[in-house]
Design a protein around this ligand. Structure first.
Ligand SMILES: CC(C)(COP(=O)(O)OP(=O)(O)OC[C@H]1O[C@@H](n2cnc3c(N)ncnc32)[C@H](O)[C@@H]1OP(=O)(O)O)[C@@H](O)C(=O)NCCC(=O)NCCS
Length: 203
């Protein structure tokens, strides 16, 4: 997360913020993905080790090791307990981790952000676009968020096309800070629940 996100800041009521935290604490699945557990460290590390997966993503641990991925999973379980974050993995046949989703939530702004990746064997076939759309709808509906705020590297054309195609509004640029303190310029998009409903509907 960047410190200056979300860009649009409408304070959620205390009741709404509490309901969002409760929904995050109670979440166990998002579509075909399940919560990442400590035992997923090796499988998730194997997915993330490919530069086609990790290079565009600023929020992943650096250095990337099985131990740092285990700590990444633990941190998300603590965020879930606080009602502020969720980490999901999607398994393929045989239990290989074929994708992950990182949900970060700002309950007091009623807002959230989705990050993630698919295994390179699945890239460029529409699975990312379909999965992201289902995940965004879930974040509005199951978590009760009113705003989604997304980022992508200036060079990440697939994610830019995906977000533009779903109707997210471009909000300019920000500087994203990696876990090792280095920074990366990011484009920013936002979409409100009302905008999502008007364009895609729910259910
Ligand atoms: C980003 C990612 C999830 C997208 O999933 P995907 O299944 O590859 O994407 P899709 O096939 O659904 O395509 C989405 C859009 O990107 C375009 N696209 C896909 N691969 C592309 C590529 N290599 N170069 C340019 N555009 C590309 C598609 O044409 C489509 O745009 P369109 O609807 O305007 O035609 C996936 O590529 C990935 O895991 N990348 C590595 C990690 C990452 O970048 N994560 C996102 C940042 S948090």
């Amino acid at each position: 997360m960047a410190d200056d996100l979300p860009i649009t800041r409408n304070a959620a009521s205390p009741e709404t913020a509490a309901a969002i935290r409760a929904a995050v604490r109670g979440a166990v699945r998002m579509g075909e993905s399940r919560l990442a557990q400590p035992g997923d460290a090796a499988g998730l590390f194997a997915l993330l080790s490919d530069p086609l997966v990790h290079a565009p993503i600023y929020s992943l641990p650096r250095p990337l090791t099985e131990a740092s991925v285990a700590a990444f999973i633990d941190r998300h379980l603590a965020e879930r307990a606080a009602g502020e974050g969720l980490l999901f993995v999607r398994e393929g046949e045989g239990g290989q981790v074929m994708g992950y989703s990182d949900v970060q939530v700002w309950p007091d702004w009623g807002a959230g952000e989705l990050g993630g990746a698919l295994h390179p064997s699945l890239h460029g076939q529409g699975a990312g676009g379909r999965g992201a759309a289902a995940s965004f709808a879930w974040m509005f509906e199951a978590l009760g968020l009113g705003l989604l705020c997304e980022t992508a590297a200036l060079t990440n054309v697939a994610t830019q096309r995906l977000l533009d195609g779903l109707g997210f509004r471009r909000m300019g640029e920000t500087m994203s800070t990696r876990p090792d303190g280095t920074t990366r310029a990011s484009l920013v998009w936002e979409m409100t629940r009302a905008e999502w409903a008007a364009r895609h509907g729910f259910g």
